[in-house]
Design a protein around this ligand. Structure first.
Ligand SMILES: Cc1cc2nc3c(=O)[nH]c(=O)nc-3n(C[C@H](O)[C@H](O)[C@H](O)COP(=O)(O)OP(=O)(O)OC[C@H]3O[C@@H](n4cnc5c(N)ncnc54)[C@H](O)[C@@H]3O)c2cc1C
Length: 448
């Protein structure tokens, strides 16, 4: 479909064949070859509404996108216009009220350091480069999730432009059904232009990482798993098997090396944190970076890649990781593995509690979320990486209790993310606000 007759109300719009087309359609995952009909870059609410009206007139669907950190679930973009929110910037922080308001383009890196200076922390995840809106609409699990829950339930207001082009503000008192659906139902209901959320008082915390040689993966994973049931909600500990690539921009200490790493954040004192992690430290890590730190230290703790890369992933929420599964994971991700990373995050605590006023993503099941990733720098490596990811999925399959949508990076049936009542209600809210199914969230919710 060719798009013509662009009015200046629409703001910047890029089309196939334009010189900046390839730059505009690029995402964080270099394997995703996005080919929408056009990409719009509206600069304000009015232009967002104009772009939506324009898409409707031409029979196009609209997919909102900020950073492109999870584009793969969208699948084919034929007949779809991407509405890129990158021009919708702006951050304001009310430290006394512990409230933050950000424009739809805002990444966590624009907020976390400023909050940290004020003795505050938001519920960001492992990468400062992720967009706050996409993260919040899908759930959002990070270092403080066991204590404070998911970011979607810290959201206090959302402003969005609807299919009819109305800018509306949703919160607990205004359009409460839509407010509920947005917090977990993703980008299926409109284009979010701004979001507001609560943050928490955190001056410093005990956090860091213990690095062990990868050959000790089984021993470390066994110790980590045995520790989990006794840990209070104030501590979140993740175990990661990581193969650092032999690239010049990787620090020399890590370049080309492989480790099993236990990272943790503890809302408490150094003495208590040391006590909680003692069984792991007793194993004798090769490097140990734990210290009392300001909350901003959590932004880089997981060492997520800052730049786009070609990769494929697998994930699962697990009720447990018994000994046989640990052995399989350690072997599949161990020395010589085609996988770049296997991460196991401790869940539970507030993630399992349904708080009053929660959104559609109220809780997540499972004690552990597994996330496996293989970088595919050239096509010849694809079969080995995909086979490695499949084997990892199969190894944990007996313990799988569901999926966490933000971590699912392939087209899938979104009904599997919700119980039947929640799914049916999401579809009814969709039918109310977007009966023609104009908006495509990356995980699709069709109208009832
Ligand atoms: C390196 C990396 C680290 C990550 N770490 C974590 C983590 O620790 N915890 C966690 O929970 N998740 C994590 N994620 C997953 C991340 O939360 C999701 O990929 C999230 O969807 C990214 O949002 P985005 O806006 O950055 O990406 P995009 O791909 O731009 O957006 C994803 C989806 O969000 C919706 N969306 C975005 N903006 C709007 C808008 N303005 N209006 C309506 N809908 C919108 C759309 O449905 C869109 O398809 C990570 C992902 C990566 C790649």
């Amino acid at each position: 479909m060719t798009i013509t007759g662009i009015s200046s109300d629409l703001g910047r719009m890029v089309h196939p064949g334009d010189p900046d087309w390839d730059a505009a359609r690029g995402t964080f995952n270099l394997l995703v070859d996005q080919r929408p009909e056009a990409i719009a870059f509206p600069a304000d609410d009015r232009e967002v509404a104009a772009v939506i009206a324009y898409a409707r007139r031409r029979g196009l669907r609209v997919a909102a996108q900020a950073t492109g950190h999870n584009p793969a679930p969208l699948g084919s973009l034929a007949g779809t216009l991407i509405l890129n929110t990158s021009a919708l910037t702006g951050v304001s922080i009310d430290a006394d009220a512990r409230r933050v308001r950000v424009g739809a383009a805002t990444k966590w890196e624009k907020v976390t350091p400023r909050l940290s200076e004020l003795g505050l922390a938001g519920l960001h995840g492992s990468s400062p480069d992720v967009g706050i809106v996409g993260y919040s609409l899908g759930g959002g699990i990070g270092w403080l999730a066991r204590k404070y829950g998911m970011q979607s339930n810290a959201v206090t207001a959302i402003e969005l432009v609807t299919a009819e082009g109305h800018l509306i503000r949703t919160d607990h008192a205004h359009e409460p059904d839509l407010f509920w659906a947005l917090r977990g139902g993703g980008g299926n209901f409109g284009v979010v232009t701004a979001i507001e959320f609560a943050v928490h008082p955190v001056r410093e915390l005990y956090s860091g990482a213990m690095f062990f040689p990868i050959e000790r993966a089984s021993e470390v994973l066994h110790t980590w798993t045995a520790l989990l049931p006794a840990l209070p909600e104030e501590i979140t500990a993740w175990a990661t098997i990581l193969h650092f690539p032999p690239l010049p921009d990787v620090p020399e200490l890590f370049r080309g090396r492989s480790f099993v790493i236990v990272m943790a954040a503890f809302l408490g004192s150094e003495a208590d944190g040391c006590e909680l992690l003692r069984p792991l430290r007793r194993l004798g890590p090769e490097m140990d970076t734990f210290a009392m730190q300001p909350p901003d230290a959590l932004s880089e703790l997981a060492m997520d890649p800052p730049d786009p890369l070609p990769y494929w992933t697998t994930t699962a929420l697990l009720d447990e990781l018994p000994s046989t599964a640990i052995e399989q994971v350690a072997q599949l991700a161990g020395p010589g593995s085609p996988l770049t990373m296997v991460q196991l995050r401790h869940m539970g605590g507030a993630l399992a509690r349904h708080e009053p006023g929660a959104g559609a993503r109220a809780t997540l099941p499972g004690q552990i979320v597994m996330f496996g990733l293989g970088v595919i720098p050239d096509e010849s490596l694809r079969p080995a990486v995909l086979a490695g990811l499949d084997a990892l999925s199969a190894a944990v399959a007996p313990h799988r209790v569901g999926d966490y949508p933000n971590f699912v990076e392939e087209p899938t049936d979104a009904s599997a993310f919700f119980d039947t009542d929640t799914w049916n209600l999401l579809r009814r809210v969709k039918a109310l606000y977007d009966p023609d199914d104009l908006f495509r969230g990356n995980h699709h919710i069709p109208p009832a």
